[in-house]
Design a protein around this ligand. Structure first.
Ligand code: ZN
Length: 439
């Protein structure tokens, strides 16, 4: 079997996730009517608060690792987290287990899981102008959590559909997750596509929370202007942001009108200087972040030669950057330059030993070189650090198979098939189990 052929197939929704969604109807026994935390009205809701938290806990660590973990710049992480916590305490659900994560990822995005895990990428932090804009962005994400938008979508059965198309859509532009065998974890789907009404509600709440936290509401207008301007651009780094949070001129106008009518002549601060101070170290490598974004765009446009140059110059500007090293490694994997890929993945692991993605990439590079003992060691380390990704089971099985250890391989393949029953990996696992007489 050709391992790169298997990896490059579109990942499918895992069976466990599908069963969870398909079985959502049975949850109605446990829940039913709930009071909307914002409006106070009764609404039909199939998901309880503890289920929202559970779903978050199960999925958000995978998304955060796919986004290269939380930044190692502790000052920046504490700063963003402080802004978030202050607003969360003034929100409609102050007791949710919030966490505010400044993500290493270079694309321009922010998201919220239903239990209160919120992510803000380095890419979007570089676009913001002041703390009031940051508060507006986080406020909007808090709005999605407070109005229970994920639970609403699941209740209305909208998410099952979104999950199927969403998982496939994510695999297209996210070439790197596919080449790394990380695709198909399906968490992106949880975040996919809020409705226009939900976006409007999240905007309203975001504005309310940032104003409660004593920021100048003009910051909200600043954020909306930035989003409106960017929504016209064709950049891969913006794709996720706008496919999850749809932008429109109507959304922009609604928000601006609200600021103008409800918050006239507000002289509160925007905290531009404080924002600039706290993001100074990040802005020092702005060029490297842009190079990585452009490299990703070029990969998307199938111009790998030029992409490679961009990743090189990113590395030159920021040799100690975890993402720059890992992106280079994944780029080299896509070019079948596996020994060099290994070098950069090892470097990345040394830079950020707690973040598991590098282990997975390193495992993949060893696997491509048919060094199965080494690949198994890396996948097992990854599995220990971040359990729950079915792909790891497959690659552990594949490593065992390469080592000629059938029993162990069969065990892993079987466990993989418990969770995934479609796609080339599942086909391979099934064929082996049959061939070896296990089924
Ligand atoms: Zn949104």
């Amino acid at each position: 079997m050709n391992i790169s052929r298997i990896q490059n197939k579109t990942p499918r929704l895992s069976r466990r996730h599908f069963l969870y969604l398909a079985g959502i109807g049975s949850l109605s026994l446990a829940t039913g009517c709930a009071t909307h935390p914002v409006t106070g009205q009764r609404q039909f809701m199939l998901m309880s608060e503890s289920q929202e938290i559970e779903l978050d806990k199960e999925n958000s660590p995978h998304q955060i690792s796919a986004d290269y973990g939380v930044v190692q710049d502790k000052n920046l992480q504490d700063y963003v987290s402080g802004v978030g916590r202050d607003m969360a305490s003034r929100s409609h659900r102050p007791d949710m287990p919030y966490s505010f994560n400044t993500l290493n990822a270079t694309y321009i995005n922010a998201y919220a899981f239903p239990g209160g895990t919120i992510g803000v990428s380095r890419g979007i932090l570089l676009e913001l102008q002041d703390e009031a804009e940051l508060a507006s962005l986080i406020g909007h994400e808090l709005g999605h959590v407070n109005a229970r938008h994920t639970a609403q979508r699941m209740t209305r059965g909208m998410l099952a559909q979104v999950v199927f198309t969403g998982a496939a859509a994510a695999a297209g532009p996210q070439w790197e997750n596919v080449v790394a065998g990380l695709g198909g974890i399906g968490t992106g789907a949880l975040l996919a596509s809020y409705s226009r009404n939900q976006e409007r509600e999240a905007d309203e709440l975001g504005l309310e929370y940032m104003a409660r936290a004593d920021y100048n509401p003009e910051g909200f207008v600043g954020l909306m202007e930035m989003l409106k301007d960017m929504s016209g651009e064709d950049r891969g780094s913006l794709e996720m942001l706008f496919s999850t949070h749809p932008m429109s001129s109507e959304r922009y106008q609604t928000a601006v009108n609200r600021v103008r009518t409800d918050y006239q002549k507000n002289s509160k601060p925007l905290y531009r200087e404080r924002y600039m101070d706290n993001t100074a170290r990040l802005r020092q490598i702005k060029q490297a972040v842009q190079d990585m974004q452009e490299g990703d765009d070029l990969m998307r446009a199938k111009k790998p030669g030029e992409a490679g140059e961009k990743y090189s110059s990113a590395l030159q500007a920021a040799p100690e950057d975890y993402v720059a090293n890992l992106k280079m490694s994944k780029y080299l994997l896509s070019r079948d330059n596996n020994s060099q890929a290994r070098k950069y993945a090892s470097e990345a692991r040394e830079i950020y030993p707690e973040e598991p993605q590098a282990m997975h990439i390193l495992g993949m590079a060893w696997l491509r070189q048919e060094k199965f003992e080494q690949s198994l060691a890396e996948f097992s380390r990854y599995q220990e650090r971040l359990p729950g990704n079915p792909n790891t089971l497959f690659f552990q099985g594949y490593s065992y198979e390469g080592m000629g250890r059938r029993n162990q391989a069969a065990e892993k393949y079987y466990a993989f098939l418990q969770q995934v029953n479609q796609g080339d990996k599942a086909q391979h696992a099934y064929n082996r189990l049959k061939e070896w007489g296990y089924i």
